[in-house]
Design a protein around this ligand. Structure first.
Ligand code: IPM
Ligand code: MG
Length: 356
């Protein structure tokens, strides 16, 4: 098969880790007889520097015309002082909206080999951590009206968190269908004791659940969920929640697995063209030092093969190679522990390629 992949090289450690993901994809292409064509679509800081725009139209067009988009991470202190509309994050939000990517899936999996890296007690970790956060990605406070104005002689700012029924319905379907392929339990997270948007959320999710009698639905307030994630994460299979809650809970979820550098994500909309990125940031402090962990990026490429290109065997080959490298005792700095062998970003990518 031939697939066209848009590449957003990103900022900070972005170019280093995405180079390793491309090397892995090339290895897969060679082994399974595919052709992957890559086209760069500058976004974020790189695009601000080159085009004075965090998402130039030409980049959005490249992404829309591709079979899928691979993104590393954008942003950094260099662009901290640019105007709000020009910030690297704006590029990412416009890309998500422009591609209609309403469903963001972030797995939280504890790699057996990395048990020691979790900050949770062994008695909690030993019960296992294996759930996914399904985060609504193009609604809520991120995309509601933002306003800063004068009120009673002082600054006043507001961000509207709004959801319409169809926006909740479509993300709920994704959550239930994801659960059907897993342990068949959805926990819908909201703040229905306070927020109207959450009351609607709960009502619509409950209605959608009727079409999935094989899946068990529960509801949880977001504050309780934040607590349950560190108290007993083994209780979760699929968490579905709105944009801002999902942003916060997915960071917490990744941290309890002890390896934010290892977690991939997918963002999908109506079609099969998705956006795949590791959930970590651009880590400008270690950029250019070959110290980054490329595994979250490489596993994002594997997710792309599985979910957008329908290439499960190819995806398996990458995931197995990552496991093999970890089992052999190789680690990047972020997951390093006594008795293991530390590798750089490039050497880790190469070791994974060699295992495919
Ligand atoms: C994420 C990030 C983004 C978000 C930022 C960079 C806008 O935190 O992907 O979780 O808040 O969605
Ligand atoms: Mg975030």
């Amino acid at each position: 098969m031939t697939k066209n992949i848009a590449i957003i090289r990103g900022d900070g450690i972005g170019p280093e880790i995405i180079a390793e993901a491309i090397a892995v994809l090339d290895k897969v292409a060679e082994k399974f007889g595919h052709t992957f064509n890559y086209k760069e679509a500058p976004m974020g800081g790189e695009a601000i520097d080159k085009f004075d725009d965090p998402l130039p139209q030409s980049s959005l067009d490249t992404c829309l015309a591709s079979d899928s988009v691979l993104l590393s991470a954008v942003g950094g202190p260099k662009w901290d002082s640019v105007a709000k509309e020009k910030r690297p994050e704006r590029g990412l939000l416009r890309l998500r909206a422009g591609m209609g990517l309403y469903a963001n899936v972030r797995p939280a999996t504890l790699f057996d080999e990395l048990r020691d890296a979790s900050p949770l007690k062994p008695s909690i970790v030993d019960k296992g951590i294996d759930f996914v956060v399904v985060r609504e990605l193009i609604g809520g406070a991120y995309f509601g009206e933002h306003k800063t104005e004068q009120r009673d002689g002082e600054d006043y700012a507001s961000d509207i968190m709004g959801y319409s029924e169809h926006e909740i319905e479509r993300i709920a379907h994704v959550a239930f269908q994801t659960a059907q392929k897993r342990r068949k339990a959805v926990c819908s997270v909201d703040k229905a004791n306070v927020l109207d948007s959450s009351k609607l959320w709960r009502r619509v999710v409950t209605k959608v659940a009727e079409s999935y009698p094989d899946v068990i639905l529960s509801h949880m307030y977001v504050d309780n969920c934040a607590m349950q994630l560190v108290r007993n994460p083994a209780q979760f299979d699929v968490i579905v929640t709105e944009n801002l809650f999902g942003d916060i809970l997915s960071d917490e979820a990744s941290m309890i697995t002890g390896s934010i550098g290892m977690i991939p994500s997918s963002s999908l909309g109506k079609g099969s063209c998705g956006l795949y990125e590791p959930i970590h940031g651009s880590a400008p402090d270690i950029a250019g030092t070959n110290a980054a962990n490329p595994i979250g990026m490489i596993l994002s490429a594997a997710m792309m093969l599985r979910y957008s290109f329908d290439m499960p065997e190819e995806a398996d080959s990458i995931e197995k190679a990552v496991d093999a490298v970890l089992k052999a005792g190789y680690r990047t700095g972020d997951t390093m522990s006594a008795g293991k062998t530390q590798l750089g970003c490039h050497e880790t990518g190469k070791a994974i390629c060699d295992n495919i």
